[in-house]
Design a binder for this molecule. Structure first.
Ligand SMILES: [Zn+2]
Length: 127
């Protein structure tokens, strides 16, 4: 992706289902590392693969194209990473106290990652 005379990688890529006229549709998403603008790059080709198109959207336009294509995505790069990183990608553990009448009756241990995913590892009830 390009902006501010720099070339950078997408932070996520959405793979979109075919439309009536186009195939190989992808939406590349990133924030420009120079100006921090939200950028979306929509790429697609016709079914004969003769023509390849790319179209840039910025800031509010990037938000609108994301909103528009939300229902058409079949998978995402981050979703793919997430799928293959589980559960070794977990970064930290978190204990959550379960209280009843002000007393701790159980401790729930979760494994969490920085994408906000968490899995309950075990519940300790003899606390
Ligand atoms: Zn920029």
């Amino acid at each position: 992706m390009r902006h501010c005379n720099s070339v950078f990688k997408a932070q996520d890529i959405w793979f979109l289902c075919d439309s009536e006229k186009y195939t190989n549709r992808k939406l590349y998403l990133a924030n420009c590392p120079i100006c921090n603008k939200r950028i979306a790059l929509y790429t697609y080709s016709d079914f004969e693969k003769k023509n390849f198109y790319e179209q840039y959207f910025y800031s509010g336009g990037a938000d609108r194209i994301k909103e528009k294509f939300k229902k058409e995505k079949t998978s995402t790069m981050l979703g793919f990473k997430y799928k293959y990183k589980m559960p070794s990608g977990f970064k930290y553990g978190k204990n959550i106290e379960v209280k009843k009448n002000g007393e701790i009756i159980a401790l729930k241990q979760y494994a969490c990652d920085f994408w906000g995913n968490k899995i309950l590892i075990k519940t300790i009830t003899d606390v």
